[in-house]
Design a protein around this ligand. Structure first.
Ligand SMILES: CC(C)(COP(=O)(O)OP(=O)(O)OC[C@H]1O[C@@H](n2cnc3c(N)ncnc32)[C@H](O)[C@@H]1OP(=O)(O)O)[C@@H](O)C(=O)NCCC(=O)NCCS
Length: 326
């Protein structure tokens, strides 16, 4: 018995923010951004769009591909750190929007690793026999939540978007083979959003100190991301008796082309094996992997029986690797 992906979907807001647009907002330029990050443009949600709207559209597309009605879903797990409200979970809004009246729904907060945490959680649910079908979503709206649009160090990196997969428990050799998840909270302050929460409650002084904005030590994050994603990818392959040569598609978290290239090189993967779309969307945090899975799937890059190796790294620090047979 395995949790098999039977449908994928994604949604990127219509508005495109190019590097040239950013040149008019902060002291930066297209060539610097492309050389250091590989990002050419990113999507920005419309004023009347919320994280739940992006997630709902991605989920509906995944359900449509799967040919599954919303009321057949037993559980919805949504990965986000930019939910509509502090609580309740954005998954509750999506559950209502799509009419998944038989599902219980909750959010997972693991920053850019969120989708892999959510996928493992849904896989555990199905493999424990608690249900037959799960909807796993990654959705983020960074542009209106934690981006300081005057900070060139961070504002060029992120974008908005959502992706989703429908999982079904099937008697099959295909599906999730294994998930390997890690956390090291000692690195928290290298990548985090200090406010507003319980530790730093909303205040005028807090706004002036820019607490609601993402803080990051880019160089440190970069080094750890390459090392952790490489190690955990190797672990996922070894655990299942495979090597890099067996991988059909490597679908890593899309944060920065240089992180991806360094990881691909260390894993001895080829360009053809690696799915990269960071140029179009930037870092959409928990949404990068499900968006990439959907694009790879719809683009015919994932054939039945192919091995898909997923890996992510993010704030916490959190990281993970998942091996799937398509
Ligand atoms: C952020 C990142 C692109 C910066 O690249 P870098 O090569 O490390 O660059 P540095 O931080 O050394 O900065 C080099 C210079 O470029 C400048 N710079 C930073 N952002 C810039 C921008 N958007 N445009 C132009 N110059 C910029 C810096 O101010 C610095 O100038 P200085 O030397 O005069 O101080 C890179 O560290 C990175 O991608 N880190 C990982 C980030 C990430 O993926 N986070 C999420 C993980 S889930």
């Amino acid at each position: 018995m395995k949790s098999r992906v039977i449908g994928t979907g994604s949604y990127a807001p219509e508005k495109v923010l190019t590097n040239y647009d950013l040149e008019k907002m902060v002291e930066t330029n297209h060539d610097w951004i492309v050389a250091r990050t590989g990002i050419e443009e990113r999507r920005i949600a419309a004023d009347d769009e919320f994280t739940s709207d992006l997630a709902t559209k991605a989920a509906q597309r995944a359900l449509e591909m799967a040919g599954v009605a919303a009321d057949e879903i037993d559980v919805i797990v949504l990965a986000t750190i930019t939910g509509d409200y502090p609580w309740p979970a954005t998954a509750c809004i999506v559950q209502n929007n799509i009419g998944a009246k038989n599902a219980y729904a909750y959010d997972v907060s693991a920053a850019c690793s969120g989708f892999l945490y959510a996928l493992a959680s849904a896989d555990d649910f199905l493999m424990a026999g608690r249900g037959k079908k799960a909807l796993v979503i990654g959705a983020e709206l960074f542009s209106r939540s934690c981006i300081d649009w005057t900070d060139r160090n961070t504002c060029v990196l992120f974008g908005d978007g959502a992706g989703a997969v429908v999982l079904e428990a099937q008697e099959s050799e295909s599906g999730v083979l294994s998930s390997h998840l890690y956390t090291d909270g000692s690195y928290l302050e290298l990548l985090y959003q200090p406010g507003f929460g319980v530790r730093h409650q909303a205040s005028q002084e807090g706004i002036e100190a820019k607490l609601p904005f993402l803080k990051m030590q880019g160089n440190e994050v970069f080094k750890h991301a390459v090392r952790m994603m490489t190690e955990v990818s190797k672990e996922a392959l070894k655990h299942n008796g495979y090597t890099s040569k067996d991988v059909g598609q490597f679908i890593p978290h899309q944060a920065n082309i240089r992180i991806l290239e360094a990881t691909v090189k260390r894993l001895k993967l080829t360009e053809e094996q690696s799915f990269i779309n960071v140029n179009k969307y930037g870092n959409t945090s928990a949404a990068t992997i499900p968006i990439a899975i959907d694009e790879a799937n719809r683009g015919g890059k994932l054939k039945e029986g192919d091995l898909a190796l997923l890996t992510a790294f993010g704030g916490g620090f959190t990281w993970g690797g998942t091996l799937l047979r398509w």
